[in-house]
Design a protein around this ligand. Structure first.
Ligand code: KG4
Ligand code: ZN
Length: 337
């Protein structure tokens, strides 16, 4: 079965074709970062309009790359949430319309399940059960994963997501948008141990996170410094080290609590090199990540999640669709059949 994946939940239009026998056939992405950078963050209405402009040309692009026609598509998987409602509605409308026109099944995919399963697209994929750490701009989640659709939430952020804390700290330091990767690059020239930032919520039991205090700590440290370029790099490094160490402490707790020996990390922040180095150093644990290109939003993870839920694919009886700006992972169920 060949599945067309459509991702449009935020500021990236991602399209891919996944074959349940041959694997990933083609993928294409258009990032709206340059457009939103001018405003210092994502402008939802501009995002929706740009998804409309880019989705169909990108679909043609992946079909050409895979040397296939529209008629060769057997099913459509599209992101139906969580995300920006207008942006989601574009992907849902296009996905459902294509399925309706071609008389093929379509499936609404949860964006976070897409991220969660994305490391399974790689060679030697991790086997269930495992602990999943999902770190993106909107979510910080620790999940006990028993199988597809069997997700038990172990911990989450009670305030800012870790990616959001990277972005807000970067913005406060005058770095451009999106701040996460820029802050991480600047941290490389930081002086180790110049500043020691707190590891929030690690001295009490549980696996929840809180990152908004780290951002405030960075702000106060910057205010009290001489505000040189070196101070900026030192603060970036101290912030990143604290965020990474906090994530690692909670991952170790989750692995201990569940008894799992495999940790699977995904979402935009899983691209962070310091985070990967720290998690790889946890003894007696196998750690898997998506390839760099699939850490942030992409169509491949949505097409793949569709393939994993192939048995739940149904032809629509009515030409209707909906999107869910909020859609907790633990509301998902395993595919039937
Ligand atoms: O998964 P994603 O592309 O979109 C969401 O679903 O939110 O994640 C984007 C987030 C942003 O906050 C971005 O700054 C962060 O991932 N990010 C990073 C790095 N690359 C992306 N944060 C830290 N270090 C990085 N290298
Ligand atoms: Zn995402």
């Amino acid at each position: 079965m060949r599945i067309l994946g459509i991702e449009s939940s935020c500021d990236e239009t991602g399209i891919a074709l996944y074959d349940t026998d041959k694997g990933l056939l083609a993928h294409a992405l258009f990032s709206q970062i340059a457009m939103h950078a001018e405003y210092g963050g994502v402008v939802p209405e501009l995002a929706s309009r740009d998804h409309i402009r880019k989705a169909l040309p990108l679909i043609d692009e992946v079909l050409t790359e895979a040397k296939l026609d529209r008629d060769d598509i057997d099913a459509v998987a599209y992101t139906a949430g969580p995300g920006l409602v207008g942006a989601l509605l574009v992907g849902a409308a296009i996905g459902r319309s294509i399925a309706w026109a071609l008389d093929i099944p379509a499936l609404a995919i949860n964006h976070m399940e897409g991220h969660l399963l994305s490391p399974l697209l790689e060679d030697n994929p991790p086997a269930f059960p495992f602990v999943s750490l999902l770190v993106s701009g909107g979510h910080t989640l620790l999940i006990d994963v028993q199988g597809i659709g069997q997700y038990e939430l172990l911990g989450e952020s009670i305030d800012d997501a870790v990616g959001e804390a990277f972005d807000k700290t970067a913005k406060m330091l005058g770095l451009s948008y999106p701040g996460g990767p820029i802050l991480a690059a600047l941290a490389e020239s930081g002086t180790p141990d110049k500043y020691l930032f707190p590891r929030p919520m690690t001295n009490r039991p549980g696996m929840d996170f809180s990152f908004s205090g780290l951002k405030t700590f960075a702000m106060n440290t910057w205010r009290d410094s001489k505000q040189t370029e070196q101070d900026k790099a030192d603060i970036c490094l101290a912030f990143q080290t604290a965020a990474v160490e906090t994530l690692a402490i909670k991952c170790k707790r989750a692995l201990k609590e569940t008894g799992h020996k495999t940790l699977v990390v995904a979402g935009g922040v899983s691209a962070n090199k310091a985070l990967r180095a720290r998690l790889d150093a946890i003894p007696h644990v196998d750690v898997s990540y998506p390839r760099q290109a699939f850490c942030s939003d992409n169509g491949a993870m949505i097409a793949f999640a569709g393939a994993m839920r192939e048995s739940a694919m149904v032809k629509q009886e009515q030409p209707t669709f909906s999107a869910r700006p909020r859609w907790p992972l633990n509301e998902l169920i395993p595919p039937i059949g």
